[in-house]
Design a protein around this ligand. Sequence first.
Ligand SMILES: C=C1C[C@]23C[C@@]1(O)CC[C@H]2[C@@]12CC[C@H](O)[C@@](C)(C(=O)O1)[C@H]2[C@@H]3C(=O)O
Ligand code: AKG
Ligand code: FE2
Length: 334
Amino acid sequence: MVVLSKPAIEQFSVIKTCKPATFFGGIPLIDLSKPDSRNLLVKACEEFGFFKVINHGVPTEFISRLESEAVKFFSMPLPEKEKAGPPDPFGYGNKSIGTNGDVGWVEYLLLTTDPEFNFQRLSSIFGQNREMIRCALDYVSAVKKMACEVLELMAEGLKIQQRNVFSKLLMDEQSDSVFRLNHYPPCPELQEMNDRNLIGFGEHTDPQIISVLRSNNTAGLQISLRDGNWISVPPDQNSFFINVGDSLQVMTNGRFKSVRHRVLANSTKSRVSMIYFGGPPLSEKIAPLPSLMGGKEDSLYKEFTWFEYKKSAYKTRLADNRLGLFEKIAASLT
Ligand SMILES: C=C1C[C@]23C[C@@]1(O)CC[C@H]2[C@@]12CC[C@H](O)[C@@](C)(C(=O)O1)[C@H]2[C@@H]3C(=O)O
Ligand SMILES: O=C(O)CCC(=O)C(=O)O
Ligand SMILES: [Fe+2]
C-alpha cells in the first residue's frame, strides 16, 4: 500500500476515540477444557456477544503457517495482488469494503469455505502457490471444528436438547460460510495526528451465526459494550476471539446479542487477522428456536431465510442496523 499524503488520508474515517493501547481487562475468557465453559459461554453471549477462547485445540502450526502465507501474499506488489481481485464476491480487495461505498485502511482476501469451489478459485488466485491453498483449507477445517464445539457447548448451556441445533448449520454441506484474511498496514501519518485514529474496518455486526477471529499480536480490534462505549481488545495471537453474529441473535430470540465491532489502524505495526464466518445454508429459515420461547414469549423477528437476510445485508452499509429491518417492533413503527 502506498504512503498517503495528509489530504489523501481524509478519504478514510479519522475518529477521536479511546486509544487502542488502553485495553479492557474484562473480556470473558472461556477455557474449552473446563466443565463450566458452557455456562460461562451463555453469560458471555448475553452480556458481550463476544469472548476469548483458550485450549481451543487448533494446531499452532496451522495458524503460523497460514499467517506466514498471508504475510507473503500481502507483501507482493499491488498489481500482483490485484490479479486475485476484485472480490466479486470472493477475491482480493483493497480499501473498499463491500459494494456500498465503505472504505477502510485495510486490504483483504475473501474466500468461500467450500473446499471444491475454493480449490478452483484459490488455484486461479494463487496459481502454483499450492502451499497457501493447503494452509487455508487445513486452518478453516480446524477452526470450523472448534466453532462447532463452541456452538454445541452453547446449546448445552441454553439447555437445548438437540446439542447440534446450531453446529449442524455449519456442518451442512451447503453451509454458506466465508473466510477472510485482513491486512491493516501501518499508517505512519497517524503519529502526527495526536489523538486521532484511523478506521481500518468500520463498525458493524457480522450477519452470520458465529465468527472466529485470530490476529497477530497487534492491537486494533474494538468492541462496543451494551452502554455504547467502545473498548479495545488486548491482542492475543495464541487465542481466538468469537463474535455472536446476527443470525445467532435471532435464533436465541435476542437472548444472545450480536456484537458491534471495528478495527483501528496502527501507526507502526502491521495487523493481520483471519476470520471464519460460520453461516447456515442459503435456504435455512432463521427463526427463534421454539425451546427458547417459553410460555407466551413471541418471536421478536419476522420470518426470513439466510438467503433473504444475506441479500438484504449486502445492500447495506457497514454501520447500518441490518437486523432492524427484520424486527417486528421496528416494522410496526415504520
Ligand atoms: C458493507 C458490507 C461489507 C459486508 C457486506 C456489507 O454490505 C455489509 C456486511 C459486511 C460483512 C461484515 C462481516 C464479513 O466481513 C462480511 C464478509 C460479511 O458477510 O458481511 C462483510 C461483507 C463484505 O466484506 O463483503
Ligand atoms: O480484522 C479484524 O480483526 C476484524 C474484521 C471484521 O470484523 C470483519 O472482517 O468482519
Ligand atoms: Fe466483523
